[in-house]
Design a protein around this ligand. Structure first.
Ligand code: NAD
Length: 505
């Protein structure tokens, strides 16, 4: 039995909380104090398979309900999220560490996808061809897959699950969600709210766990698709194992997003953009800007001079402290990993302009805090450039031409997001066309597509063919069926139908 049974996060299945039976538990930290706040049940293989069984049994009935009725649940779910926004944000921040405003913002971005999913009946419409041959018609329409699985990361415990299950469920699928074991409480709460919104039992299930649960889900023959969001190491594994078991897989993975600053860029706009994009959510965002490529020393020096005081003035603290702009990182392990990268950067010869390692927050001395950190003169061979650090550490690389800048963007193994800052439409247009990146911003540092567009990277930032949510999301969670039909003909030739006599001709 867990030491912290009263603070244990349970699974959620068939419309109720389900206590774990494996006897294995994961620790959940309060990142602000650095102390273990609760524990979460880690499912065994059998428990994960049982969850799939519940979703499998619920599929036939749920998929037979017309889409117009299925989405009524999502309309009510939307209202419930708004009603419970404070509670959800508190749960999220207390386990993740991000500020309450950030938490609310991310929940609202998830809600955008719910709103998009409310329009599924329109998106499931097929195509029709009249008379493809004499007396023959043909049409196509989209049908749900069956049991879909979602495996999600710690950094957006509400938004990323909401990229997945509202669309999957609106399309007529049933769903098993495996959230991050580091901050699962908010995710489980979402499932409870879906039940309150009227979702039939078994359509959405949440199984908590680690690799054991994941392996059970991605190899289960009843599972039709896997949506994964997380690191490239794990995503590539899930893609390979899931695909070899015949499943449709989309794995959205790690990133190293470059922001190119041209000599003619608006300096103040650049500085504002860097502050938000590099240090917002303590850099724990797959769309965070982690590399700034400065084209020319002149703009580089000017931006650096303006950036330093802004970084030093950033208010770091616990999520519920007044005026806090940046919270801690998620766990002591994450903090140590980030600090190790900073030491490596120094060893490799980068210039540490602002060092966030020595920060101490009064009253939270043991918390997982690290201040915003800035490196200059970073080169492409350094580990702080090649690796995703996933913390508030920004690398500045100086180049002398636009061609060098775009080559850097394209040669990096990741291809999630990028941005160019310039006043030159010609440069912006060329950049947009030539960069090998999934999401591109022009004077927009974090070009996250809205819910009715699709989100996804290129290269090793995405394995699979489909981006997530928007039209690609609908395609991912459905299969196309094409019907060709011919009816007995003759009515034009004067055939007489006598329905009173049992419909015989
Ligand atoms: P992670 O890969 O450690 O974990 C993601 C999920 O995989 C979790 O549910 C976790 O339990 C599971 N998992 C972890 N190790 C596993 C293993 N060995 N076998 C099977 N499953 C395993 O990622 P994280 O640290 O939670 O999240 C941060 C990462 O997510 C970053 O790399 C970030 O870039 C990425 N991310 C990407 C996007 C995107 O859209 N591309 C969005 C958000 C986060």
């Amino acid at each position: 039995m867990s030491k912290l049974a009263q603070d244990l996060v349970h699974h959620y299945s068939a419309g109720r909380y389900v206590e774990g039976r494996s006897g294995r538990y994961g620790d959940i930290y309060n990142p602000a104090t650095g102390q273990i706040a609760r524990q979460v049940s880690l499912a065994s293989t059998t428990e994960a398979q049982e969850m799939v069984g519940v979703a499998f049994s619920a599929f036939e009935e749920w998929s037979a309900i017309p889409a117009t009725r299925r989405v009524q649940v999502l309309y009510r779910f939307r209202e419930l999220i708004l009603l419970h926004l404070d509670e959800l944000a508190e749960l999220l921040s207390s386990e993740h560490g991000k500020t309450i405003d950030d938490a609310k913002g991310s929940i609202m971005r998830g809600l955008d996808v719910v709103e998009f999913a409310c329009g599924i009946p329109q998106l499931l419409k097929g195509e029709y061809s009249d008379s493809v041959a004499s007396g023959v018609d043909s049409w196509s329409f989209r049908q749900p897959l069956g049991v879909c699985v979602g495996i999600t990361p710690f950094n957006f415990p509400a938004m990323v699950p909401m990229w997945m299950f509202p669309i999957a469920i609106a399309c007529g699928n049933t769903f098993v969600l495996k959230p991050s074991e580091r901050d699962p409480s908010c995710t489980v709460k979402l499932a409870e709210l879906m039940t309150k919104a009227g979702l039939p039992d078994g359509v959405l299930n949440v199984v908590n766990g680690d690799r054991e649960a994941v392996d059970a889900l991605i190899t289960d023959e009843r599972v039709q698709s896997i949506s994964f969001v997380g690191s490239t190491r794990v995503g590539e594994y899930i893609y390979q194992v899931g695909s070899s078991h015949g499943k449709r897989v989309q794995a959205l993975c790690g990133a190293k997003n470059h922001m190119v600053v041209m000599p003619d860029a608006d300096i103040d706009q650049v500085v504002d953009a860097i502050m938000g994009a590099a240090y917002g959510s303590a850099g724990e965002r797959c769309m965070a800007v982690s590399v700034v490529v400065m084209v020319g020393d002149q703009i580089a020096d000017t931006v650096m001079e303006k950036l330093k005081p802004r970084i030093k003035g950033l208010k770091v603290g616990a999520y519920d402290q007044k005026g806090v702009e940046m919270g801690p990182v998620v766990t002591p392990d994450a903090l140590n990993r980030i600090k190790k990268y900073i030491s490596q950067g120094l060893d490799e010869g980068a210039k540490l302009v602002v060092d966030g390692r020595d920060i101490s927050i009064s009253g939270y001395e043991e918390g997982c805090f690290i201040g915003a950190t800035l490196f200059d003169n970073v080169t492409p061979k350094m580990s702080i450039y090649t690796d995703e650090i996933f913390g508030p550490v920004l690398c500045v690389v100086r180049v002398t031409s636009y061609d060098e800048a775009i080559a850097l963007v394209n040669e990096h193994e990741y291809g999630n997001g990028t941005a160019i800052f310039t006043r030159d439409g010609d440069a912006a247009r060329d950049f947009m066309a030539r960069c090998q990146i999934g999401m591109v911003g022009v004077n927009v540092p974090i070009p996250v597509p809205l819910a009715f567009h699709s989100f996804g990277g290129w290269k090793r930032s995405l394995f699979g063919d489909h981006h997530i949510h928007g039209p690609e999301g609908v395609r991912f969670y459905t299969r196309l069926k094409t019907v060709t039909s011919r009816w007995p003909s003759g009515i034009r030739a004067g055939a007489v139908y006598n329905f009173k006599g049992g419909g015989e001709r």
